[in-house]
Each structure stands twice: as C-alpha cells, then as structure tokens.
Design a protein around this ligand. Structure first.
Ligand code: ADP
Ligand code: MG
Length: 245
C-alpha cells in the first residue's frame, strides 16, 4: 500500500542545514497497522508529513495505493490527499463549526451532494460512536470525543490509508485505550491501512503488527512488533524496551 524509497529531507535555516530524514526506505502492506517509534526529534512528524507532501521531500519516491505521490502536480496531489486521511495530537478541528460540519467539510470540498453528505456523515459518526453529538461544538467535547471527530473527518472520503501522528499523546491512558480500540475496529471493518507514529511503547504494543524504529532520521530497525520486544537490535529499540522493564 505504501512504498517509500530513498526519502531524504533537509531543513535549511540560514547557513545551517539539518538532515532530518536520511535515505528512508519503508514498505507497508495493505491492511496493516504499522507503527513508527522514535524519541522526540527523531523525525517522525517530518516523515509522516512527507508521505502526503505537507513537507516536500528533497529526494526519493513515495507511492501510496498505486499512485506515485512524488510525481503528482498540485491538482493531482489535492485529489490524492483525499485518499490519505490524517489525525493529529491536537485534533486540529474547526472550532467554529459543529461536529457535523467538521466531518462534512472534506466531503463538501470533494464536491458531493448535500444528500450524499448527510448520509455519509451520519454513517461515519455512528462508526466512531458519536451519532448523537452532531450538533455539538468541539469545545463541548472531551479529548477522546474530539479525537473521534478527527478520525471521522479523516475517514469521510474513504481513504486508502490513515496517518496518525501521536494521536493519543494528549489523552489519558483510559481514553488512549478506547481510541486505540476504535482504530483497531476500523482497521478490521474497513481493512484500512494505518500508519501510526508514537513515542509510547504501549501504543505500539497494543495495536501495531509491524513497525520501524526511527533514530536521528534513519530507520535503524524494522520488523514485527513481537520481534521488537523479544529481540530488540538497535540501541534505540533496546532503550525503549529497557524503559518498561
Ligand atoms: P519528531 O516528530 O520525531 O519529534 P520532527 O519530525 O518534528 O521529530 O523533527 C525532527 C527534527 O527536524 C527536529 O530536530 C526539528 O527541530 C527539525 N525540524 C522539524 N521541522 C522543521 C522546520 N520546519 N524547520 C527546521 N527544522 C525543523
Ligand atoms: Mg512529532
């Protein structure tokens, strides 16, 4: 579903250049929940933002669902992004809009009819168990409910993949658990491919099947989550695993 080859990203601030992603190779199979773990500053957010070109990679090729993202022009990229849902730590909801309007928004942008949108929003709010919250505003919701709206919005256009950047980091453990369960359900029901970025081992352990470890912009280890816990190979993996021992 996702193939990344030789992805490099450098930021320039005046004289200073920093290579934040260094020749990344990645392969995520359809229907997987793939975790990317790394300490703060490792380049996780930059990597996930490069996947839909919210950041422009310097080199490399990114393919998602058969579409070569790195070859697309602006117009093609806008269309391709509809098939790449994204959720964030800070939810990024439109506070002036209701829950219904937040979820309807990407469908309006995609040009669907009012009747289609009504039907689709109802269906997707039911899926995230917010069927009765359509008229509320984000400020009236708990953190977990806000993230459910974020998930509903991300799923509105039936994406091929869902990218999650620390989506549970602002939530308490119990709410984190319920959001992770929801992501697992969605993965099962829709066979949706999920890429989940985290600095929390629990999250990785709870939902992911395959994973990669990112350390200073490099992937230093990749494989199944089970292997990561049983035989961590990289320094970063050992440090993560020893933290919970
Ligand atoms: P993570 O999500 O793993 O914490 P990030 O991808 O946010 O890491 O950041 C990785 C590195 O890239 C950090 O050193 C950060 O300071 C740097 N960085 C991120 N965005 C920018 C930017 N727009 N300009 C310059 N440096 C950046
Ligand atoms: Mg980050």
């Amino acid at each position: 579903m996702i193939v990344v080859n030789n992805l490099t990203k450098t930021f320039r601030n005046g004289q200073l250049t920093t290579t934040v992603l260094d020749r990344i190779h990645l392969r995520v199979e359809k229907g997987d929940i793939f975790g990317i773990i790394g300490f703060s500053g490792a380049g996780k957010s930059t990597l996930i933002r490069c996947l839909n070109r919210l950041e422009e990679p310097d080199t490399g090729r990114i393919e998602i669902g058969g579409s070569v993202i790195t070859d697309l022009n602006e117009r093609e990229l806008r269309l391709a992004r509809r098939k790449i849902g994204m959720i964030f730590q800070q939810f990024n909801l439109l506070d002036a809009k209701t829950v219904y309007q937040n979820v309807a928004f990407p469908l309006e942008v995609a040009g669907h009819s009012k009747a289609f949108i009504r039907e689709r929003v109802r269906e997707i709010l039911d899926l995230v168990q917010l069927g009765d919250k359509g008229d509320m505003h984000p400020s009236q919701l708990s953190g977990g409910q806000k993230q459910r709206v974020g998930i509903a919005r991300a799923l509105a256009n039936e994406p091929d993949v869902l990218l999650s950047d620390e989506a549970t980091s602002a939530l308490d453990p119990q709410t984190t658990y319920s959001i992770l369960e929801l992501l697992k359900d969605i993965n099962r029901q829709l066979n949706l491919t999920i890429v989940l970025i985290t600095h929390e081992l629990d999250v990785l352990q709870h939902v992911c099947r395959h994973m990669a470890v990112l350390e200073s912009g490099r992937i230093v280890e990749t494989g199944t989550v089970d292997k990561f816990f049983l035989q961590p190979e990289s320094d970063t993996a050992r440090r993560f695993v020893s933290i919970i021992d």
